[in-house]
Ligand binder design. Structure first.
Ligand SMILES: Cc1cc2nc3c(=O)[nH]c(=O)nc-3n(C[C@H](O)[C@H](O)[C@H](O)COP(=O)(O)OP(=O)(O)OC[C@H]3O[C@@H](n4cnc5c(N)ncnc54)[C@H](O)[C@@H]3O)c2cc1C
Length: 484
């Protein structure tokens, strides 16, 4: 049985390994000349940068792929647990060094904000409960198979649904459960992990920080690029065939059955087709003649990102691996992103500095700054103009909050805009996580991992169930291969 996979993003790699393990003859067709899609890396002078994701959680989903193939993961891929999950800075000089484990985090929050430790630990218990009751349904199974809904586990979870804050927004739930404004902002920011608005995304998504604080945050030796590289290595050893610089032009459909692909004018025949391409473009570009599920495709897209990669010729002892410098106008920042499709002049700044742990990522005495601003998805904005004015605003804020003069320290620079993300990863509107989760029905409105109208056609990746981000994309590869 031949399987043809469109795209070698992290989900396409996971699906290729799982299907190969099940005995399929798997070929992957990738438009770029490298595997990994959004997970890629590059050098600017002597600086190394991971281009896309910088935060690694749930490494067990990567390890699982090596174990499946009876290989020792550490022979391919090494990572360490990071104790300090993130340094949070506010304009009023509040500074929280968030530890990964809830106990130490609650100690730090008490020391800085005098917020009772027991209340924060209660909050963590609450989100852990949400995770324990909902993960196996919402993340690990298809929501579009009757079997999922008839299980005892699902029925028990549904009975508890009111306790999951499904009908409140993340923000509302955080105000009620935490109240303290810095903490509310800190936990609201996890809405950005799936590209949503904390005042609109359902409170059940407050489960997201549990992935970071319950399971920990990790750093792959050699950088994030090692995740797809090691999986590519494993897949090749198992016998998966990769074709790079091979953009798929069409999914061939005959009599409501997918029977193969058109790649560079050549017909590739397959028994099953899996698309790891953004589901929107899969319908619009690869099967324009097929009736598309318009309601699903027309959902609001998730946010995108404006990234400044800066080689900085100085070390900043006050910063860690992950750093957030908060906006003072947080709600307005999200309103502007989702309603105005713009970036405000006081944006929240995320800085990742992998050279804090991987010294060779920057020359001595220097740091590689990945500076990310949450941005609206691409809708023909003038990104040249937005990048210029946002860079000015970011530098002004950094100078103020870090008591520094940043501009003369930037000796290397590259900028990635939402339009660039769209072009380089063929993600519709440059959305990082497919559709936004700005309603309580979002989870149900994501595209399933299979087509209900075309036989032998399947989907995996951040734009379909269960959603975006590395752990969920890996799970989508798992769900898809199980359905096949
Ligand atoms: C700037 C940025 C920061 C992020 N930060 C994080 C983070 O810190 N942590 C985290 O977990 N996640 C993060 N994410 C999200 C994460 O990168 C994605 O959710 C995940 O990588 C998506 O993987 P995927 O398999 O769905 O697809 P993609 O990575 O989008 O890969 C799809 C692949 O398909 C190929 N392709 C598309 N169309 C065709 C075609 N017609 N023919 C052949 N090939 C095709 C593309 O070239 C691409 O290689 C971030 C993303 C970005 C861009």
């Amino acid at each position: 049985m031949k399987v043809a996979i469109v795209g070698s993003g992290i989900a396409g790699l996971a699906a290729s390994i799982r299907l190969c393990h099940k005995g399929y003859d798997v070929s992957v067709y990738e438009a770029n000349d490298y595997p990994g899609g959004k997970l890629h890396a590059f050098n600017l002078g002597e600086y190394r940068f991971d281009g896309g994701p910088s935060l690694f959680t749930m490494p067990q989903y990567v390890n699982e792929l090596f174990s499946l193939a009876d290989k020792n993961p550490s022979n391919y891929f090494d990572f360490e647990q990071v104790k300090d999950s993130c340094t949070y800075l506010w304009e009023d000089k509040t500074r929280i060094s968030a530890k990964s484990d809830p106990e130490s985090f609650a100690d730090e929050v008490y020391n800085v904000l005098r917020f009772p430790k027991s209340e924060l630990l209660e909050y963590f218990d609450h989100i852990q409960n949400i995770y324990n009751h909902s993960a196996s349904i919402f993340l690990e199974k298809s929501l579009h198979k009757t079997k999922t809904w008839l299980s005892k586990e699902t029925l028990l979870a549904l009975l508890k649904i009111r306790q999951y804050d499904l009908l409140k927004s993340m923000h509302r739930a955080n105000v009620i459960r935490l109240g303290e404004p810095h903490l509310v902002q800190l936990f609201d920011r996890f809405a950005t992990y799936n590209g949503s608005h904390p005042h609109k995304a359902p409170g059940i998504l407050n489960v997201i920080p549990w992935l970071e604080h319950g399971f920990g945050t990790f750093f792959p030796k050699g950088g994030m690029e090692q995740i797809p590289k090691s999986l590519y290595q494993l897949a090749k050893e198992m016998g998966v065939k990769f074709h790079f610089n091979s953009r798929v032009d069409e999914i061939i459909v005959k009599n409501k059955k997918a029977i193969g692909l058109m790649v560079g004018g050549k017909e590739i025949i397959a028994n099953k087709v899996v698309s790891n391409m953004d589901v929107h473009y899969t319908y619009r570009k690869l099967m324009p003649e097929i009736k598309a599920p318009e309601k699903t495709l027309n959902q609001e897209r998730s946010s995108s990102a404006l990234v400044f990669y800066w080689g900085i010729k100085k070390e900043f002892k006050s910063l860690g691996l992950h750093n957030i410098l908060f906006s003072e106008r947080y709600k307005e920042e999200f309103d502007s992103m989702f309603d105005g499709r713009d970036i405000i002049d006081d944006p929240t700044i995320y800085i990742n500095i992998s050279s804090k742990l991987e010294k060779s990522d920057a020359p001595e005495g220097c740091e590689n700054w990945f500076v990310m601003i949450n941005a609206p998805h691409h809708e023909n904005q003038d990104w040249n103009e937005i990048s210029k004015r946002t860079k000015k605003a970011v530098i002004k804020k950094l100078n103020r909050m870090l008591n520094a003069d940043i501009e003369p320290l930037i000796e290397q620079e590259k900028i990635w805009t939402p339009e660039g993300i769209q072009e380089d990863t063929l993600s519709y509107q440059g959305a990082l996580y497919g559709n936004a989760s700005n309603s309580q029905f979002s989870a149900f409105l994501r595209h399933p991992n299979f087509s209900s109208s075309i036989d032998n056609l399947f989907f995996c990746g951040g734009s379909v169930h269960p959603g975006g981000g590395i752990p969920l994309a890996l799970l989508s590869g798992k769900i898809t291969s199980e359905i096949i």
